[in-house]
Each structure stands twice: as structure tokens, then as C-alpha cells.
Design a protein around this ligand. Structure first.
Ligand SMILES: C[S@@+](CC[C@H](N)C(=O)[O-])C[C@H]1O[C@@H](n2cnc3c(N)ncnc32)[C@H](O)[C@@H]1O
Length: 257
């Protein structure tokens, strides 16, 4: 399995995954930004929202994954999508909106990067960020538990550390507020209806499971998935209609320079 992101797997739950960027964009106070950059644009689902909202703006998607960029270019032909790493990338002076849905949780030392990017925005510019705040949810705890309890424990020793808990809201406030005229931080907890435990496993194969599955060969990977699935089935009981609810807390940050 390649370490690249799979656009196809990610988009299996496109409606659910596109709801947080809709909710985030609804709070962006800009009327007519000149340049908008979708950081970690993925397959272009969040970029499409930005183009709909700001048809006059120059909207650019940036991502580090070739598969995601290919998918985004197919989805939105003629639009600029560029390869880049958020850890080192900088906006140019015409950039009025940096939009980052579901990406900063993967960027090492992301608070420092958020601060640097915010510093580079012009007066009135906006940094809008959403990250899953779910590392203590059962599904993620069970990923780590599965990783440490099987024949795959050695190759996965580093995977469990791939995502830290997010800093507290207070820490983000202290870090970013000195650079802002307005800072709004909030949480939303979604409850996604999944067809069954299999749905939860499929959901995370497109995101948080990637660091656990990519180091394994086919046989180990099947064993890992079966073990994880059994744990998920115990932790997420079926509702009256056989469906399961995937509780999903997310953190939103809206910073106006
Ligand atoms: C979960 S997807 C989010 C896709 C889309 N923004 C959305 O709203 O659904 C995360 C994306 O961030 C990209 N990514 C992760 N780390 C990155 C980095 N350091 N620089 C640029 N892109 C990165 C991944 O390739 C992936 O496409």
C-alpha cells in the first residue's frame, strides 16, 4: 500500500466529510477576497465550496499528495492546484483567505505553522481552520490498542505517535489572539450515521488508519483490520435499525488578522 492519500477511499464519505468545511466557510466574514488558498485541498471538495462562495476570487488548491492533486484537477479542470508542503509554504501578499479543513492535525508542530501563516496575512485577512479533535474517542483509542497488541506491534511502534492530542483551546487563544482583531474558537460534535461497524473502519481507512496500514504487508494488514473491526463492533453498539453512530468532535478556529 502506498503511503500516498487515496482520494477514492476519502471520498466514500464525501457528504459527511464536506459538512465541516461548509460550517467553517459559513463563518468566514470576507465579502470579496482577492486570493484564496485551500491548504490541504485533498480531492477538491473543499476547493469547490470556496469557488462557489467566491466566484470572483483566485482560488488555489495546495496539497502534498499526487493522488489528491490528480483527483482535484479532474474535478475542477482549469483551476490552479499546486504541490506543496504546508510546513514550509508561505502565502503571497494578495492572499486574503487561508482555508484549511482537516489538514493541520497532520502537520508537525502545527501551532507554530498557524502562527507563522497568520503573521503573513494582510490586515483583515482570515485564517480558517478545522481539525478533528477526536484522539480520545473510542475509534482512535482502539486503533492504538490494536497496534500494540498484535504481531504488527514492531512495525507500528511509531504509527501510534503520528497524531498527538490537540492543544487546549486556551493554548490556541494565547498563541493566536495577539495577532488578531478577532478570534473565534468553537467545537462541533457530529454524529455520523454509519451502516455498521464496517462503515467506521472504511471511514478511517481514508484518514486516521493510514499510518497504521501503510507500513504493513497484505497479510498483516488484513489481520489488523479484522482485529480492529472486532473491537469497533464492541465499542459502537448497533442502534434499533442496525446502524451505528460515529461520534466525531471537531475543533474550529477562525482568526481575523
Ligand atoms: C483529510 S484531507 C482534507 C481534504 C479537504 N480539505 C476536505 O475538506 O475534505 C487532508 C489533506 O491534507 C493533505 N496534507 C497532509 N499533510 C500536508 C502537508 N504537510 N502539506 C500539504 N498537504 C498536506 C493530504 O494530502 C490530504 O489531501
Amino acid at each position: 500500500m502506498s503511503d500516498d492519500w487515496s482520494a477514492r477511499q476519502y471520498l466514500k464519505f464525501e457528504d459527511e466529510r464536506t459538512r465541516p468545511p461548509r460550517d467553517l466557510l459559513a463563518q468566514v466574514p470576507l465579502q470579496s477576497p482577492r486570493r484564496v488558498v485551500d491548504l490541504g485541498c485533498g480531492p477538491g471538495n473543499s476547493t469547490e465550496l470556496l469557488i462557489e462562495r467566491y466566484p470572483q476570487a483566485e482560488v488555489i488548491g495546495l496539497d502534498s499528495s499526487p493522488d489528491m492533486l490528480r483527483q482535484a484537477r479532474e474535478r475542477l479542470p482549469g483551476r490552479p492546484f499546486v504541490a506543496g508542503d504546508i510546513a514550509t509554504w508561505n502565502p503571497d501578499e494578495r492572499t486574503d483567505l487561508l482555508f484549511a479543513n482537516a489538514v493541520f492535525q497532520w502537520v508537525p508542530d502545527h501551532p507554530t505553522v498557524l502562527r507563522r501563516l497568520l503573521e503573513r496575512l494582510p490586515q483583515g485577512g482570515v485564517l480558517a481552520v478545522q481539525m478533528p479533535d477526536n484522539t480520545t474517542e473510542p475509534a482512535l483509542a482502539l486503533m492504538r490498542e490494536t497496534a500494540s497488541a498484535g504481531p504488527w506491534a514492531a512495525p507500528l511502534a511509531k504509527a501510534a505517535a503520528a497524531r498527538d492530542d490537540l492543544p487546549t483551546t486556551g493554548a490556541y487563544y494565547d498563541l493566536l489572539r495577539p495577532l488578531c482583531t478577532r478570534l473565534d474558537i468553537w467545537h462541533t460534535v457530529y454524529n455520523h450515521v454509519m451502516a455498521g461497524p464496517q462503515g467506521i473502519v472504511e471511514w478511517f481507512k481514508g484518514s486516521a488508519l493510514r499510518p497504521f496500514l501503510s507500513p504493513l504487508d497484505d497479510e498483516m494488514r488484513s489481520g489488523f483490520v479484522a482485529d480492529f473491526m472486532a473491537r469497533i463492533a464492541r465499542a459502537y453498539p448497533a442502534r434499533f435499525d442496525g446502524k451505528v453512530l460515529l461520534r466525531f468532535p471537531r475543533l474550529f478556529i477562525l482568526a481575523v488578522r
